[in-house]
Design a protein around this ligand. Structure first.
Ligand SMILES: [Zn+2]
Length: 311
């Protein structure tokens, strides 16, 4: 009873705090990756009004000609908070926003930075997917963020790149965008060859299990992950979870792509009964340390099976 009462009081307090706009459970704070490269490590839980939907990793690079922001957050308010957090590191303004993907918290802050004069850059297919999902994502995110979503406009990237790999430069900083097409169609990574840093977007998750969405591709994810290893990055900034090296990214993510493709994919192509396959691989001790394993692993197997069944 006492606990219930405490919970009740706590939630009332939380509502008061949120509506007065003061204290939130998550405040973006820049962490240095190396040199002029920074990251905001988002919390691992769900989008909500106390984290402004910033439950993913976002990054930025300070160049001589201004800041390059990697992904723009989930709302107008969230974008404003990112801008403030960047201002704690540099007085330069955001000149470029690069979207690594089309999931809500990668691009719904675009409109805010565009209104401040930033170019919004992405691969062509990324922007197409943003247009496709804009309406659904806006509705869903406004459900999560409630009044904190107000004023947000979905603005797909408008400066578009067309090659499979694109090299662009600002203020002496070179970047390479490369399609991964894993979590959402048109997803990319951003590679900084001079610093040996890769922002993987939602290709890589560490500390928590990645989600195979109905439109995700495990085939593409496994392939892209192996391509990523060939870059031999010193710093891997995953879409979710802490900054990693190859070993950790492989253990928490690459090995799981391999498992899904090799075990579930093969079983699907050999037309083994889906129920038997799910039972056989339900318990995998090597991945159970990953957050959300218990709730997501079976769905991931199921969706992987469906993808491989259709190959
Ligand atoms: Zn994500």
């Amino acid at each position: 009873m006492k606990t219930y009462l405490n919970c009740f009081i706590a939630s009332i307090l939380m509502v008061i705090i949120i509506s007065s706009g003061n204290v939130l459970a998550y405040t973006p704070k820049a962490e240095k990756v190396t040199g002029n490269v920074y990251v905001f490590i988002g919390p691992l839980g769900q989008r909500s009004e106390v984290n402004d939907g910033l439950n993913n990793n976002l990054g930025f690079i300070v160049t001589k000609q201004g800041v390059i922001l990697i992904d723009s957050g989930a709302s107008r308010l969230g974008a404003e908070r990112l801008e403030k957090a960047i201002a704690e590191v540099t007085d330069k303004s955001v000149k470029w926003v690069i979207n690594t993907g089309s999931q809500d918290h990668r691009w719904l802050g675009n409109d805010y930075f565009a209104s401040k004069g930033a170019d919004i850059i992405a691969m062509e297919k990324t922007s197409k997917t943003q247009q496709k999902y804009a309406q659904d994502q806006t509705a869903r995110m406004s459900g999560f963020l409630k009044q904190r979503f107000e004023g947000t406009q979905a603005k797909p990237a408008s400066r578009l790149l067309n090659e499979k790999t694109n090299k662009i430069t600002l203020g002496g900083q070179s970047l390479e965008l490369h399609y991964t097409n894993a979590h959402y169609p048109g997803d990319t990574w951003v590679w900084l060859p001079e610093q040996s840093v890769v922002f993987t977007g939602d290709l890589v998750y560490v500390d928590r299990i990645f989600t195979v969405l109905p439109w995700s591709s495990v085939v593409n994810g496994q392939k892209a992950f192996h391509e990523l290893i060939i870059l031999n990055p010193k710093f891997i900034v995953p879409g979710h979870g802490g900054i990693s090296d190859i070993k950790k990214a492989k253990r928490d993510c690459g090995d799981y792509y391999d498992f899904l493709a090799e075990k579930i994919g093969t079983a699907a192509q050999e037309m083994e009964a889906i129920q038997d396959v799910m039972e056989q691989y339900n318990y995998l001790p090597q991945f159970k340390h990953l957050e959300h394993y218990e709730t997501i692993h079976r769905t991931n197997m199921n969706r992987t099976y469906l993808e491989f069944e259709q190959l």
